[in-house]
Design a binder for this molecule. Structure first.
Ligand code: PEP
Ligand code: MN
Length: 351
């Protein structure tokens, strides 16, 4: 017995009753209060709980199901939930049939530049705009992001395009301000194992885009997702963005095999960011095509109208015309995979 799922009508009193029962067996409870139901993660040596004892818990009125999950990540596991998780962000459903593309520059830049890029990526079929206002830069002497001013620019770009916004949160102290402006909270690769930060976003009612750590195994990555989910926020989107290997021809090694591995292990949606994966704009299109063919639910792509002048990651940013070409190709590949991409949207609109 590792997970106890309560019925939607379970009360505080019911939860206290179960915690007491568990305590009697030397076990502790981790309560995840989601929007629909409460899930109790059982902490301690659950192998000592007999079948009879498990059945006794199952018999409690407010208990819907009791599960034994052998994997270390429980709520993130396919064993916990067979069906794919669908995350609805203002009508854009991630994890379903539709391929989603989050596009924009690495960092939020001055308003006219950023809003112009946002309009251009929307024209080509992007469904979210991205850009960092708080940037995790390797050097403390480089541009660190516009901070709250950048968040305001993101909100203005959302107003101008109608596209929801994805932006990074680096520090729990900024959680309220980032949540106020953003539709999806990004946790960057460098913070994938910042456990305090993961627990904080776990308390929020906003979807989280969790990027894979620079040297994280898939198991470590799923455990990071579990940290978020253990606090009640089940809306986690995983994003492969390349890992460190001995190879130096590309910025990172984009691990596309992670897509089918994750699809087997977890019900969570899987996005791929080929821009950070390869680090060079000319390599982004082929890897984006491959990601969709391998079963990714969408892409994160860096786009800039003037990559030479970009405040960060210009060398891996696509110009809008190249981005449009990529979107058209992705639409075709999505169609071949039985999924819906941006090309199919325009066909539908013409009808
Ligand atoms: C980003 O998305 O701009 C970013 C910093 O990515 P990562 O955390 O994957 O390096
Ligand atoms: Mn970047």
């Amino acid at each position: 017995m590792d997970i106890i799922v309560l019925t939607p009508s379970a009360t505080e009193e019911d939860i206290r009753h179960i915690i007491k029962k568990l305590a009697g067996k030397g076990l502790k409870a981790n309560i995840s209060s989601g929007t629909e139901r409460t899930i109790i993660g059982v902490i301690g040596d659950t192998s000592k709980v007999s079948e009879d004892e498990e059945n006794a818990i199952r018999a409690i009125d407010c208990v819907e199901t009791v599960m034994r999950i052998l994997k270390p990540y429980k709520l993130a596991s396919r064993d916990f939930k067979k069906e794919d998780t669908l995350i609805d962000i203002k009508g854009n459903v991630i994890g379903g049939n539709r391929i989603h593309v989050m596009a924009g520059p690495c960092a939020v830049e001055k308003k006219p530049i950023f809003v112009n890029i946002a309009k251009k990526v929307k024209e080509s079929g992007a469904t979210f705009i991205r850009g960092g206002a708080f940037k995790p830069r390797t050097s403390p002497y480089t541009f660190q992001g516009l901070g709250e001013e950048g968040l305001q620019i993101l909100a203005e770009a959302r107003e101008a395009t109608g596209l929801p916004v994805v932006t990074e949160l680096m520090d729990p102290r900024d959680i309220e301000v980032v949540a106020r402006y953003s539709d999806i909270i990004q946790i960057g690769a460098r913070n994938m194992q910042n456990f305090r930060l993961l627990l904080e976003v776990g308390e929020m009612k906003k979807p989280v885009l969790l990027k894979r750590g620079l040297s994280a195994t898939i198991k470590e990555w799923l455990m990071a997702a579990e940290y978020i989910m253990s606090r009640g926020n089940l809306d986690v989107i995983l994003c492969e963005r390349g890992i460190r290997t001995f190879e130096t021809a590309t910025r990172n090694t984009l691990d596309l095999s992670a897509i089918p591995v994750l699809k087997h292990l977890t019900h969570l949606p899987v996005m791929v960011d080929p821009s950070h994966g390869v680090g060079k704009w000319g390599l982004v299109i082929p890897m984006a095509r491959a990601a969709i063919a391998a079963g990714a639910d969408g892409l994160v792509i860096e786009v800039h109208t003037n990559p030479e002048e970009a405040l960060s990651d210009g060398e891996q940013s696509l110009r809008p015309d190249v981005f449009k070409q990529l979107m058209d190709e992705i639409g075709l590949i999505a169609g071949a995979m039985g999924r819906r991409g941006h090309g199919q949207d325009s066909l539908r609109m013409q009808k």
